[in-house]
Design a binder for this molecule. Structure first.
Ligand code: HEM
Length: 320
């Protein structure tokens, strides 16, 4: 969820209401505590109500999971749910802190408070990431594809690149007759890449034309493809290839270009375009990881928080 000057009007009321409720709670708590020897805790009048409201908010926060998972549970718009999740989640912080009376208490309430702090901190962290990672993705990954398709797409691109190299260089010396037949077939017109209609990579790659017959003296292209390009296209950053860095890739491609006849320059540029695409998809994968991995903390610890909260309520009511 984006919170910026453009979307602020959707948050303003939530912000004001959250601030007013927090100020009201703090004012009630401190006026109640005047003259008392200790800070009032969960069994005091304000402390009890802060616990009740804070607990209900936590249950509501958990309901977001149901809202997302249970398809028939489509009450209200997702955006409204998310705004409520964020602002009520933030409001629960002063309520729960005041409910605790600024002490951690026994083991159970200490664990509960630690869980609560981690859930809140991970929520704020996730929200902060949502402010800039999607924009970064849009700007830096014009070749963005469906996340789960990344490896499949790159496998296809590698096969196409292989055909391209075969068409330009011809079958390798001592190749099997089958490879020669494949080389003939590879000489047919070919388009490479092209995932999304925008962005420099696709334009460049689409323009690639394949020479009708193998180009003389193009062997350095095959060597470079086998040594550097193919492993990088197949494995991405995990290959450890220097091609994962844009500036080093430029230098390497320039070095090979000097060794090649001009008829092989365009296919070389196509391979460079594919490497750029691989770099973008690797970046997409990294951004995707950061955008989603915090939920692995936020969600399970939220569930643990709710479970332990019920134990805490049971124990507290028993000894009250
Ligand atoms: C006790 C407090 C909280 C609980 C129990 C809680 C629980 C949850 C749960 C269960 C989900 C759904 C996970 C999923 O399946 O995707 C979620 C998502 C999320 N939470 Fe919280 N949360 C709490 C506080 C907060 C706070 C304070 C913030 C931010 C200030 C926050 C930000 C988020 C965000 C951004 C998402 C992802 C929503 C999306 O984009 O789909 N949460 N939370």
């Amino acid at each position: 969820m984006l919170i910026d000057p453009k979307t602020w009007h959707q948050h303003r009321l939530w912000f004001i209401a959250t601030l007013a409720a927090a100020i009201g709670a703090v004012a009630w708590y401190f006026s109640f505590s005047r003259g008392l020897p200790d800070w009032p805790g969960g069994s005091s009048l304000p402390g009890f109500w802060f616990g009740v409201v804070g607990g209900l908010i936590i249950l509501f926060e958990m309901a977001l999971w149901w809202r997302k998972k249970v398809r028939t549970w489509r009450i209200g718009r997702t955006q409204v749910w998310l705004r409520a999740h964020i602002w009520l989640g933030l409001l629960s912080v002063p309520l729960i802190v005041l409910h605790s009376g600024f002490v951690l208490g026994g083991q159970l309430s200490t664990v509960l408070m630690v869980l609560f702090i981690i859930v809140i901190a991970s929520g704020i962290w996730g929200l902060a990431l949502q402010q800039f990672l999607p924009r970064r993705m849009l700007e830096s990954v014009p070749a963005e594809t469906i996340y789960s398709q990344i490896e499949h797409v790159m496998r296809q691109q590698t096969e196409e690149a292989e055909r391209l190299v075969l068409a330009v260089c011809g079958p390798a010396a001592g190749a099997q007759p089958a490879a020669v037949a494949v080389a003939d077939e590879a000489a047919a017109p070919m388009t490479i890449g092209a995932l999304r209609a925008v962005g420099g990579v696709q334009g460049k790659v689409l323009l690639t034309s394949v020479p009708a017959a193998p180009v003389a003296d193009a062997e350095p292209l095959r060597d470079f493809f086998r040594a550097e390009v193919r492993p990088y296209l197949e494995q991405g950053a995990a290959s450890g290839s220097p091609l994962r860095q844009a500036n080093r890739a430029t230098v390497l491609f320039q070095d090979v270009k000097i060794k090649l006849p001009s008829a092989a320059h365009e296919p070389l540029a196509a391979l460079e375009g594919l490497c750029t695409q691989r770099r973008q998809l690797d970046l997409q994968r990294r951004l995707h990881f950061w955008l989603h991995s915090w939920l692995w903390v936020h969600l399970p610890l939220s569930a643990a928080l709710v479970l332990l909260m019920f134990v805490h309520i049971g124990v507290a009511l028993k000894y009250w």
